[in-house]
Ligand binder design. Structure first.
Ligand code: C5P
Length: 293
């Protein structure tokens, strides 16, 4: 089973709620950098391979293992499952890598056990695992509100070429939201505003307009914690990207290229520069967690 990384093409963050989350208005976009997961009945275990596999937690905090346990609890199925994960999505990178693994584990175990859960029940389990997990089930391009769980598919034409610049180390999502709250408490608001320009560009299949419209309220906070990412953003645009932004809470930077050839050229030039350890070429939109995909 393959499951894609996500980008946020637009992200407006509302005020902090009483439950510790922020209300969002975001445009999720699934891209073709995919983790692979397989599940088999057996002794409960986890094997992780692939890029930066050593950075993935192996204990009970691992989101794929948490997904197996949650689904077993909710359905009464035997949680004895051997999970094998091949990582390609940047770890702790703002691309929903852990959430993607959780979504894939849910769908894979649902198929393995034949639970008969409805889509709504699966989506509910997904949200219990993390704000991005419901989108990772569906993929494509979607407008999301709430914590990210109220999803509406976005009319989108064309296929977009992306470069993902993977940074050294990760960023903690709560730390980036916390930095945003601190900045808002002490300084002028930095608001991404309306998602309309992104939605219009997607509907028209207009990469240049999409590049100009990309926006993320978390970006100033992520840049405050990782100033080196500014160089990546500027370098990508200097190399021909139509636009670039920090992906979610970062530190991965996503750059939109006018075509696949330019994406490959940017990806070849970025690694080794400040803030970029390696670069991946991807396209979107792609479907979410898929059995046999
Ligand atoms: O839902 P998830 O586990 O991905 O969230 C991780 C953390 O990110 C939350 O504990 C919260 O601090 C922050 N967050 C938020 N508002 C959201 C999503 C995440 O404040 N809508």
């Amino acid at each position: 089973m393959r499951v894609p990384a996500k980008l946020n093409l637009h992200l407006t963050v509302g005020p902090l709620r009483d439950d510790g989350f922020h209300d969002l208005v975001t445009v999720f976009h699934a891209v073709s950098v995919c983790d692979e997961i397989t599940v088999e009945r057996g002794e409960a275990s986890l094997v992780v391979e692939g890029d930066d596999a050593d950075l993935v937690p192996r204990d009970g905090s691992n989101l794929a293992l948490r997904a197996v346990r949650l689904l077993a609890d909710r359905t009464g199925c035997d949680p004895g499952v051997a999970v094998r994960l091949v990582k390609r999505i940047p770890v702790a990178g703002g691309c929903a890598g852990g959430s993607a693994d959780a979504a894939a584990a849910l769908v894979a175990c649902d198929a393995l056990w034949g639970t008969g859960l409805s889509r709504a029940e699966l989506a509910d389990a997904a949200l219990a695992l993390g704000s991005d997990v419901p989108f990772c089930l569906s993929g494509g391009t979607a407008l999301a509100t709430g914590r990210g769980e109220h999803l509406t598919p976005v009319l989108s034409s064309g296929r977009y070429a992306w470069v993902l610049a993977v940074a050294d180390g990760g960023l903690s999502t709560p730390a980036v939201y916390g930095e945003l709250d601190r900045r808002r408490a002490t300084g002028p608001p930095e608001l991404a505003g309306d998602p309309a320009p992104v939605l219009t560009a997607l509907r028209g299949g207009d990469p240049a307009a999409l590049g100009r419209a990309l926006s993320n309220d978390l970006q100033p906070a992520a840049l405050a914690l990782r100033p080196d990412l500014r160089t990546v953003l500027e370098t990508a645009v200097g190399l021909g990207a139509l636009g670039a932004l920090v992906s979610g809470s970062g530190p991965t930077v996503a750059a939109l290229a006018p075509d696949a050839a330019t994406a490959h050229r940017i990806a070849a030039a970025l690694p080794g520069r400040s803030g970029c350890r390696r670069a991946l070429v991807a396209h979107g939109p792609v479907p979410g967690a898929q059995v046999g995909g």
